[in-house]
Write a new protein. Structure first.
Length: 199
């Protein structure tokens, strides 16, 4: 995520602990399965007490879906690097490729767990809604700044999330992550050309 050099020592230590617990949890769940990993297992492997673990995450589900504390700053920083005259569709493709590149373990787990633990679907929806709201505001502002109709925002966002979902649905959790990202690029490109064009 973001460079943490602007954080205080205490803030940086808290962020490092949050990320360590999250990474340990994802690794254990990926290795053993969601139902076979307890909060005690995660606390022990992360080298923290159970009480400390609950200071950072209220549940095991939160370890899968809670956003990184600096996630939105990363989104903003990435979008700030894109050319002002770049079409928002091109930016959205680059954004989703960057966004997913940092979440291989998390996305692989979600793929594996979507059939195993139906109750986790709400966490996925919450993450998607937060990202959708962020990108909707950005695309609307960018379209307006470029002199385009900001009402196109709804269509662009709907299409981008559909592309993301289609690529994710076609990827198998046991395939290399590069397969998913290649599919994501191809699906964005196909959508840009139009569904009635020759594949």
């Amino acid at each position: 995520m973001e460079d943490t050099h602007t954080l205080s020592h205490r803030e940086r230590k808290k962020l490092d602990t949050w990320r360590t617990i999250r990474q340990v949890a994802l690794g254990l769940i990926l290795e053993r399965g969601y139902g076979n990993v307890s909060l005690e297992d995660i606390a022990r492997a992360a080298g923290v007490s159970r009480a400390t673990l609950f200071n950072y995450f209220p549940s095991k589900e939160a370890m899968l879906f809670a956003p990184d504390p600096q996630e939105q700053q990363h989104w903003q920083a990435f979008l700030a690097t894109r050319p002002a005259d770049e079409h928002p569709w091109t930016t959205l493709e680059a954004f989703f490729l960057d966004y997913t590149s940092g979440y291989e373990t998390k996305l692989r787990l979600q793929k594996q767990l979507q059939a195993e633990v139906a109750a986790l679907s709400q966490g996925t929806q919450d993450v998607g809604e937060r990202l959708r709201a962020f990108l909707t505001a950005w695309v609307s502002d960018r379209l307006r700044a470029q002199g385009h109709d900001p009402q196109d925002t709804t269509l662009l966002i709907a299409m981008a999330f559909t592309v993301m979902g289609a690529a994710f649905a076609q990827w198998e959790a046991d395939q290399p992550f590069s397969v998913f990202q290649t599919q994501l690029r191809r699906t964005f490109s196909r959508a840009a050309r139009g569904l009635t064009s020759t594949p």
